[in-house]
Design a protein. Structure first.
Length: 385
């Protein structure tokens, strides 16, 4: 798991260099093509160190009401604070202090799984109780979701809804419990589309992004993304030889960096990225299944769901499987907040995995003792017979 996460992050730094070099030359006064690479590589090194540090901490320290609600409170406060800063590209998602900027919505992707794992562990006998369990969890989701969607950032809200649904189902909720919740989320999502004209235009452009009318406006970015991936073929144009990043594809080093991977490294490169996320999902699921307690199991499920769903969402947008929505590709897209928080999440998964490995010999011993006990009991029954 550590190797996969670190490898994806380092690969992301290299691809950020390729995708941003010409743009950096255009934007910077010192005429260097390494501006974005230096920043991303610094974030990557910081993320790897953070992942190691978090992995050495016992995740069970989080199973404390003061810690859980403290994390939630800090996340909510930071999400409020962003509205006091100037908008960037029409959105208020960042807290900017000098040359440093941070995106609080990234913290929500870790804060929500921690809360759900804690709360559903404490209420494990009342999973289907609407008043005692379902409503409190929905209120926390609504608090985070409303603040984030006001930024606006619908993509992160969708990821949070996926985390909520998967963790709640894994905790023992029945489909009949989740059906009303799913209907409510669909209703809210539909309202978010209907009352936001630009989202409706994106949805209309999704049907045919390369139609001349759409390609010149709302579907421009997706259409250029498809040109990039299509021109890559099986083996790609070669590293740093892509053309769409040369001021055709907007922000190629950010949300649409997977397009650059497809153009320069081809089908082989994109499949390698998908396989890496598949392996991360497998290791995260294994950690969840082997966790020594319910809290660790639910926390691992929530964390790995957030990472993998976000990756699939980003790749689906880039390949025009889903309507365009700005959301970064975990580990790979440019951005310090995403890299640091995602690596911290993997650190928690590593902590759970380590606890699972430590508990494995005890589980085997217990299994052996049970088997020996059953054998002795059968022998005793045979002797009495």
């Amino acid at each position: 798991m550590f190797t996969i996460a670190a490898g994806l992050a380092v690969f992301g730094s290299v691809m950020v260099y390729s995708a941003s070099a010409m743009m950096a030359l255009k934007e910077t006064q010192d005429q260097t093509d390494l501006t974005y690479f230096y920043k991303q590589f610094g974030f990557t090194l910081g993320g790897i160190i953070m992942m190691l540090l978090v992995s050495r901490v016992d995740y069970r320290m989080l199973e404390n009401r003061y810690v859980v609600y403290g994390i939630l409170a800090v996340t909510a406060i930071l999400l409020f604070v962003v509205f006091g800063f100037p908008a960037i590209n029409g959105a208020k998602r960042w807290i900017r202090l000098g040359g440093f900027s941070f995106q609080p919505s990234e913290i929500a992707k870790v804060a929500l799984p921690i809360f759900l794992a804690y709360f559903l562990t404490k209420r494990q006998d009342e999973i289907g109780d609407i008043k005692r369990t379902v409503l409190p969890c929905l209120l926390v989701l609504a608090l985070l979701g409303v603040l984030i969607i006001r930024e606006p950032d619908l993509g992160t809200v969708i990821v949070l809804c996926a985390i909520f649904s998967v963790v709640f189902f894994s905790a023992g909720a029945k489909v009949t419990h989740l059906a009303p919740v799913a209907a409510l989320l669909v209703l809210v999502g539909s309202a978010a589309l209907i009352f936001a004209p630009w989202r409706m235009r994106r949805l209309a452009a999704f049907i045919d992004p390369c139609d001349p009318e759409n390609a010149a406006d709302t579907g421009y970015q997706v259409c250029q993304s498809l040109y990039a991936i299509g021109s890559g073929g099986v083996f790609g144009e070669g590293f740093a030889k892509g053309q769409q990043k040369l001021f055709y594809l907007p922000y190629p080093y950010s949300d649409f960096i997977f397009s650059v991977v497809g153009e320069e490294l081809g089908l082989i490169g994109t499949l390698a990225v998908l396989v890496a996320f598949g392996l991360l999902l497998w290791r995260g699921a294994k950690a969840a299944m082997g966790a020594p307690d319910r809290f660790g199991s639910l926390l691992a499920i929530g964390l790995v769901t957030g990472i993998v769903v976000q990756a699939l969402f980003n790749i689906s947008v880039v390949t025009s499987i889903l309507p365009a929505k700005g959301i970064p590709l975990p580990f790979i897209s440019y951005g310090g907040s995403s890299v640091l928080v995602t690596m911290a999440g993997v650190g928690l998964l590593l902590s759970i995995s380590r606890a699972a490995s430590a508990a494995e010999p005890q589980k085997r011993d217990a299994t052996v003792h049970r088997k020996k006990g059953r054998v002795k009991e059968k022998r005793a029954m045979s002797a009495r017979a």
